[in-house]
Design a protein around this ligand. Sequence first.
Ligand code: GLN
Ligand code: ZN
Length: 777
Amino acid sequence: MSKQTLPVASLGFPRIGRHRELKFALEGFWSGKIAENDLLEAATKLRAENWVLQRDQGVTRIPSNDFSLYDHVLDMAVMVGAIPAAYRWKGGAVPLSIYFAMARGSQGDGHADCGHAHHGHGVPALEMTKWFDTNYHYMVPEVTEDQDFTLTSQKPVDHFLEAKALGIHTRPVVLGPVTFLKLAKARPSTFKPLDLLAKLLPVYEELFRRLAAAGADWVQVDEPILALDLTEGERHAFKVAYEALDKAAPGLKVMLATYFGALADNLAAVTALPVAGLHVDLARAPDQLDVVVQAVRADQILSIGVIDGRNVWRADLAALLERLAPVVSTRGADAVEVAASCSLLHVPIDLGQETALDADLKSWLAFATQKLGELSTLGKALAQGRDAVQEALNDASQAVAARAISPKVTDPLVQGRIAGIDESMKARASAFDARRTVQAEAIRLPLFPTTTIGSFPQTDEVRKARSAHAKGTLSYADYEAFLQEETKAAIRWQEEIGLDVLVHGEFERNDMVQYFGEQLSGFAFTQHAWVQSYGSRYVRPPIIFGDVSRPNPMTVRWWQYSQSLTDKPVKGMLTGPVTILNWSFVRDDIPRSETCRQIALAIRDEVADLEKAGAKMIQIDEAALREGLPLRHKDWRHYLDWAVESFRLCASGVADETQIHTHMCYSEFNDIISAIAAMDADVISIETSRSKMELLDAFRNFQYPNEIGPGVYDIHSPRVPEVKEMTDLLSLARKRLDDRQLWINPDCGLKTRKWEEVRPALVNMVAAAGELRRAAQ
Ligand code: GLN
Ligand code: ZN
């Protein structure tokens, strides 16, 4: 009997539920509206739905334990007993209260989720950080030098059995031990977490034995760090780990999953491991197929991640078949699986839920459910021949062909402008020193000017008004009037407390990317296409489908209104091209750099209009520039080149007098400082309060020439800083920078804070500036 299909693998499915059931269950539980049992029941139901859905889509390697109540890295930390002492775990099963305390901080002081240890009695959450170069965030495990590990639960076994009871045989997924330790943080940082490998492995061994005993034949072990630059020592850790696991549970076959990039110089180390299967990402690294096929052992199953698990486009199935068919014929149908490139966690669940999308655009897209369908088509075609799925292949080809020539995608005007970019558009007319002089005349500011980053509290009233307007229960005129009142109050108040450079407060903005995307051509927005950002926080990233342009001014009206209320300068406030790009689903038919350049031209138009309207200062936020850094160091240069070029393109069209600000909300600059300097913003504001101004060392060592506003207080915390704390921080800053370079501002925008916190904090900040000025005289 010839096979009906090649194995079709899913590496993980979104856990949030098609109607965001997980979020609502979690929030209900946290607020005490539903009991623990109800939460767990909701989770059980979601898992069952996902298993059935995947089976029905033709998946033959269905994952279990990809589900998590909050985060899969946190799950692993809890399962192996990596629970810092502060959470007061006494051994045994870990209660949900501890799990959620690690995720969100404990409820001790009413500021449960602010995440910082230094105020109140609650326990802070673990740190959170980006999962590789995705927009998903995981909780960073913490380990001590004398860390003991122990298996506190057998969630992967339980979920395997849960699926089995439904008649579905799954392949459990676990985060691999080497990646787990590599992502963990050493407390204190006097050792390397990977040194704990020998202590951690027995826990994995025990788990693997239990999985085998429960009837699992395969386990998917995720080791995404294999897409990073690794040291010899780290590579060796894989050998140690996988030999131990093989010995512990020889009957349990390991599918070692790598994703988010090419294996490259890690390939040889990987193919030597005693693992029965290897998964590779061909969406991110299509070129690695040939070398991988060469290197993988004959006795290993090769899982080919051909369908892009990180983007929303429908695949060109016929073209993929041409790539895959030769591999299947060389290796044999028994040694190949087709899969998505990575877990589908990063894409929305079902395109079918979108009823308002443009029909053409919709026909070019595939979300998680559709992607599984694509895989199953490929699996059938590879086993039975193309005829078996001819119709599906034709549909896909037609969609791809239609997209390629659609006037909705290509805009000759944008193409013309891109072709017309020349060097002069990427540089300010004069160098910074000359600009500084004319700016100082155009905008009279005191030494140590004070300002804020842009947003003021998005209060319940602001949110309510926005959603009432969206629902149609608040008229446009009433909504506008409401926003004007909020803006006016914010301007008045900033004048009153004596800030030097004002902002309008961003009350009209839902989100710093969406607000712009909604006004740009080439962007589409969905109704239900949520993806998990972290925990119960989901986002609906815009989809950039076509050439980007700006039909009309986007922010000029609000700037004009605010400036009309005051004689103090009000900053124009824009989101930069790199940040807009990095927080969207992007086109796969042109390079990211090309889309970025188009966005830069659109923002350049806005900058020009703000200047024409009279704005003397324009801030272009690049919150996500650093996040976009490629995983491999060798790719940094290229990325930074086009990212910086895009920023310069959007910022350089103004007169010398116009002061360009930028803002970045992170605190690692050492490795990218030359790129930051190359952006040539007149003023940059950055996050520094938590690192005690240490990161200014990068700016000092580099002799950063332009002006800098090192954040003097941590906006992530509700705590109101005292004047003295800020003057102390500022004297640290003055040790590193010239007085003439220094601005005074918070770490980031204030939208997540309450007015009761913001008011006294900014009053103190202005007082701190005053003291500094007196001292400097
Ligand atoms: N201007 C934005 C704000 O203040 C910047 C936010 C950010 O950098 N994340 O909200
Ligand atoms: Zn910020």
